[in-house]
Write a protein of this length. Sequence first.
Length: 228
Amino acid sequence: MITFDQVSKTYPGGHMALEKVSFELGRGELAFLTGHSGAGKSTLLKLISLMERPSAGKVSINDIDLNGISNRQVPFVRRDIGIIFQNHRLLERYNVFDNVALPLVIEGTHRKHITKRVHAALDKVGLLDKVKCQPSTLSGGEQQRVGIARAIVNSPPLLLADEPTGNLDPELSMEILSLFEDFNRHGTSVLIATHDLGLIARMKYRSLTLERGRLLQDPLAIDPLKED
Ligand code: ADP
Ligand code: ADP
């Protein structure tokens, strides 16, 4: 699904955020991306979602070399990626329905399909009864779930989450993680950046660890049976 081949990223000003990072995330896999603040987790996710470009090396999604993707083509690649942020980034001017509908509206989906799919996405995260609410009237956990509904509304094969449980208590964090597990069981590949080691310890998934821009030895990196 995702391949990093000797990927480095240096920001303007000379800071090397990632250094020769190589790994593969298989189709239908769920993995954590962990490391201290500043280790390069967000940068790695931004290279996958084409919010940043690598300084060296190659990132591929489904064998498509992202270096060959022009800025004009970026929106088409992004359709296949659901992105979840720590601070959910909901638009306060819009109600829950319109926030979740946004990716479909951008894609030009027909109105009657939009309603059906927004309701299905909200149902999956257990918020169908909040469809007409403004984001500011919801709890933190609910707002995060709206952000997740928005990320999955167009059924992307890949979900990226950047500290999705950062503002939530442990119980809500587990709830959010079970949602990710649920999507993963239905075939979605999921990559979750988090520095919450307690959370990871309670789950049985692979974890990729960054330390100051370098990926520490990944025991699954050379598994010859793993599909890509
Ligand atoms: P993490 O998500 O693990 O906290 P980041 O990927 O956000 O790490 O940041 C990695 C390093 O790159 C940090 O030292 C950060 O300050 C730096 N960095 C991130 N974004 C930029 C940017 N746009 N310009 C310059 N430096 C940046
Ligand atoms: P997020 O976790 O959502 O990426 P951050 O707080 O890490 O948010 O960063 C917010 C923005 O600032 C990002 O676009 C990031 O690339 C940029 N940024 C992070 N660190 C630096 C830095 N040291 N210098 C310049 N920009 C930075």
